[in-house]
Design a protein around this ligand. Sequence first.
Ligand code: FES
Ligand SMILES: [Fe+2]
Length: 415
Amino acid sequence: MKEAMQGELSSSLAAYRPGWSLPRAFYRDETVYRADLEQIWRKGWLFAGHGCEIRNPGDWLTLQVDTDSIIVIRGEDGAVRALNNVCRHRGSQILPAGSSGSAKRLVCPYHQWTYDTKGALTFCRGMHEFDRSGFSLKRVSCEMVEGLVFISLAETPPPFDSARELMAPFLRPQGFERAKVAKTADYEIHANWKLVWENNRECFHCNVNHPQYIKANWDHYNADDTSAEVRAAMDRAVARSEAKWAAAGLAVSHRETGMTRFPDVDVWYSANRTALVEGWVSESMDGKQVSTLMGAYRDADVGTVRARTLPNFWNHSSCDHGVSTRLLPAGPRKTLARVSWLVHEDAVEGRDYDLGKLMPFWQLTSEQDWAICERQQRGVDSTAYEPGPYSTYKEYNVDAFVRWYVKTLAAGASV
Ligand code: FES
Ligand SMILES: [Fe+2]
């Protein structure tokens, strides 16, 4: 059976042509989906949530990765840990999946075995002369970077330090550790997770599909349509912003129109700060500030910070709010997305921000993207689908994503 699956995967990989979209099987076959879970989702680092969602000792959230439910909990000692949501007695799930709450102790609902916030078994009914020490909840690797929580189901996860080193200077001024989630929206996208990423990695579709997004951002111009006027406008915005950013000690990177290059075949993380168009200080419907300044910002004109990690996270942040998207796979043709809007922890709804102004920019942009992905999935489902060629000017990051994907899959699957 395993050999048959390997064979099927090998022939799918052999059919891939660099520079072209993937063969149909990659977007809909169970075998490929299982390989994606094993080689990518169970091996890499996954964004789990924001540390500020579990601010106090005992606060927890659970997330579902394939068959596994994971608890992310802040311990009595203030540290954030990840634990398998599986009782060490007879395996009952302890906390509800895809949920959140707060508890001093984790009590299994079946026979009330009880664990502390570090996962140690502290009480087990019905057992005499029993050494509890070998029955802690199983640990899952967990790392934090500037208030973002990542987990890995791998026994030996890839190094996290290089990701932290690169992302921290961009994320730090945003102050996610002193933020709060103002609102979340959950979506069930009827599309393979790779289609969601491929769409994320190009702004070729933006002009027609994202009337709000393109007002604020430069990404929709590429090498072949950055006119002298556009270049001059971008240069003005960058110069103006950089003068302020340098004075504020903010790290600056992307100065071009078009999207920053990401990923590389070996690099799954990225972050940058780039200018917004003239007159815009926030990714909001009219470009105006929609909440109080976050983190270290003393001026609204700080452009936009963007971070992304494969396979499941991206964030766009303005001076006053940040928006995080977390993906989780839910089948060959289904992906769950959670979009979270974050503001300063002291911001008060109704006084400092209004959800009606905070949310629409990214709510509309996200929902426009999900509709695009679902439409593409329906097309790819057809037997008439065959891979098409990527534009080297506008889809270089889609090509880069697919190359990363194929390399990661092939390396792990040893095919
Ligand atoms: S399965 Fe958890 S206490 Fe029995
Ligand atoms: Fe989009």
